[in-house]
Design a protein around this ligand. Sequence first.
Ligand code: NAD
Length: 481
Amino acid sequence: MNARPQANTFQTITTHYVDGEFVDSHGRQVMDIISPTDRRVIGRVTLGDEEDTRRAIAAARRAFVSYGRTTKEERLEILGRLHKAASARVDDLTAAMIEEYGGVSQFAGLIVQSGVNAFAAAEKALRELLLTRSWDKTTVTLEPVGVAGLITAWNANTLFICLKLASAVAAGCTVVVKPSEMSAIQTRVLLEALHEARLPKGVLNVVTGLGNVVGAELVRNPDVDKISFTGSVAVGEQIMRDGAATMKRVTLELGGKSPTIVLDDAAFEEAIPTALMIAFLNSGQACAAGTRLLVPRTRLDAAKRALREAMRSVTVGDPANPKTAIGPMVSQKQYDRLQSYIRKGIEEGAEVLAGGEGHPEGLEAGYYVKPTVFVNVRNDMTIAQEEIFGPVLSVIAYDSEEDAIRIANDSRYGLHACVIGKDLPRARRVASQIRAGRVVINGMTDDAQAPWGGFKYSGVGREYGRYGIEAFLETRAILET
Ligand code: NAD
């Protein structure tokens, strides 16, 4: 087993986790791990190959024979152990997210905590879930789907692994995790924590590697029954296509271009800072980020004033500083992507109210961008239609409540939305017409038992609570004559 990762020490990761042990990588390709704050090489990870993946799948398949037949009580006990083991390392997990990903400490702490809470939430949901129903001579049971491949994105890797693992284990599935290749340090800390839960061998297996190598093997391998994926639409489409050959069950958590609708009775001094907070969640690298702000045209000038004022307290800088609101982008690729979208917005005629191209002054060493607010945006512009995945907000004026709802729904995405207004029945009425998997009213909030997932191109299926567990279950009926 590798040395325990410590923040700010060089990390060398050469093993995967198979059959309850850390095992040397068969794959030989080595990748540098680069700090987003100053581009230093802070570690190296040896990437797994198809053979590593097949070994992990075989271990999960063997373990499924007995784990798939465990009782609800046994799984509840295991979830309790996972929760305890992960809870013990919350600070280390948060430090790793700040160091490797550049997540700001105010948000990284919350993300990690919600990952850890996922085990407790799954425990509660499983306790309440009816796994057997019978009537007359018929008995219907909910059975684990089998071996699950869990594939995660880099923007909240710890949360995604915990959430998917909790649901899978609750359902009686065994898993092979393919974490984002950009999250090797965070995965290592989490694995060391979860190792302490002493799961039955082979229930949890983890292979770090590239998507088109390890991920693709999970998707095409006939011994994997289900893929639960968090990432981009392009890869989600490929998983659906390639998984069809082996009839994979799929849960896809994909992108978003979420609207925040500020109704005309809203108090702007609260509504606008709230809207900015939702837009710039996780430095804007959040699938749920409310990156389209819809304001009444009659109050557009007041909205601009409130935005200028609120942007003054949006600080960019060292993610470890608890006062920082926005940290660096995760990579050079992500930095370049942001710059090209900001340029595109200007070319298409949107007006920069705050921010713009380039690095913020004094932050040239890392992948820092200027948080940017565009006004005079039309909803058909590229910056209003495509997911940018960084701190870029498009402000769009609307003429009436119906117009606001029409614009909000005029998107290929439908993951998340927010409605802000004083008149609660009206805000609820608007919320009920938004084609999105989750709509929050008057601010960001969460509920670990409420479903999470997308309409349209934002994905297929749901996670969290009983909805998340059901995604790892098959229904069987036994009928007697
Ligand atoms: P990505 O699609 O590039 O990668 C996601 C994962 O898929 C990585 O682990 C990657 O290695 C793997 N992968 C790549 N090619 C693969 C293939 N051919 N087969 C199998 N696996 C493959 O996404 P990303 O850049 O890591 O993450 C950003 C995206 O994730 C954004 O679009 C964001 O909106 C989305 N996201 C969605 C949610 C949600 O809950 N809906 C949450 C977070 C992020």
